[in-house]
Design a binder for this molecule. Structure first.
Ligand code: HEC
Ligand code: HEC
Length: 270
């Protein structure tokens, strides 16, 4: 409890709801750590997990298993076939002109700023066209049963279902933290950050972040984001690799923004 209070106090001191806190530029975007638009696009594609799922060359990956066939799209081919606006619509609606997408987390990306989205699309377009267009998904009997029961929904359906789940908009000083958390942590910890059981059996359960983050000292939280090591030098089953691959690319200010937003949320809704 003492540590939770100390963290929240430190967070409020550093990024508190006070009008005297200077704001750097547009707080509701990722930091512009570089003037280079493509480098900015690459950094946020890394942080948002686009590169993890679509591959470093963006040519797509085979995520098929015994349940069915699923490739992440070859974005170099998509870019060759579609305008910027068509790409944007697919990214945020979870639908392509001919069908719904599956397992593309479009529900996380609808609130991205126009500037961040433009950099992301410019980065996709900068990659050389390579590889094949991958086959559309196929669903085995187990997936079809889950779909019938509504336990597994398309990316478009998720966008619709999750549209009403939004995190509290605290004060302006926490806008950037909220913006980043909704596009990143929400993917696994839930759009309300309350965690829950793993989506597929065998994966580790996802802790409630409003319980976990305030329990960390600010320095532990920054170390987790930068190195993947949790307090006590623990290596975590999934989170450690996710942090190293993606969140190590946050700027120090973004780490601070994420930590203090979650701490403020926890203080508000214990
Ligand atoms: C968790 C994995 C995952 C992440 C993260 C992810 N995608 Fe996807 N994405 C997919 C899958 C899977 C598909 C293909 C779905 C299908 O064919 O039904 C897809 C499809 C797409 C398509 C549709 C392309 C087409 O021509 O059909 C676009 C565009 C796209 N993703 C862009 C992005 C961008 C940009 C990001 C990061 C902001 C991103 N994706 C993050 C898994 C992911
Ligand atoms: C790809 C899924 C995924 C994403 C994205 C993700 N997490 Fe996690 N996180 C997990 C899982 C799973 C655990 C439970 C530990 C484990 O088994 O890896 C966890 C654990 C944690 C913990 C507890 C660490 C401890 O001390 O035990 C914290 C704190 C945390 N995550 C913060 C975050 C923050 C902040 C973000 C967004 C910037 C985030 N996570 C994004 C999957 C994810």
């Amino acid at each position: 409890m003492m540590r939770a209070a100390a963290f929240a106090a430190a967070a409020l001191f550093l990024a508190g709801c006070s009008a005297s806190v200077p704001q750097s530029g547009d707080a509701t975007s990722f930091d512009r750590a570089t003037q280079d638009n493509l480098a900015h696009g690459e950094r946020i594609a890394t942080v948002l997990g686009c590169l993890d799922c679509h591959g470093a060359d963006l040519a797509g990956r085979d995520h098929s298993d015994e349940l069915g066939t699923l490739w992440t799209a070859n974005l170099t081919r998509s870019a060759a076939m579609h305008s910027d606006e068509e790409l944007r619509v697919m990214i945020v609606t979870g639908r392509r002109p001919d069908r719904d997408l599956w397992d593309m987390p479009s529900h996380l990306f609808g609130h991205l700023s126009a500037g961040d989205m433009a950099s992301l699309i410019a980065f996709i377009r900068s990659k050389p066209t390579t590889g094949e267009v991958h086959p559309p998904p196929t669903f085995g009997p187990e997936l079809r049963a889950m779909m019938t029961k509504g336990e597994w929904t398309s990316s478009r359906q998720q966008v619709e279902q999750q549209a009403k789940v939004t995190l509290p908009d605290l004060c302006k000083a926490h806008a950037q933290g909220r913006y980043i958390v909704q596009a990143t942590c929400a993917e696994c910890h839930g759009k309300d950050l309350r965690g829950g059981p793993p989506p597929f059996p065998g994966d580790p359960p996802r802790p409630d972040l409003t319980m976990m983050v305030p329990a960390c000292e600010p320095v532990d939280f920054a170390t987790l984001m930068r190195t993947g090591k949790a307090a006590g030098d623990r290596e975590l089953v999934m989170m450690s690799a996710v942090a190293r691959d993606r969140f190590a690319h946050f700027t120090p200010q973004e780490v601070e923004a994420v930590g203090s937003y979650i701490a403020a949320l926890a203080q508000r809704e214990p």
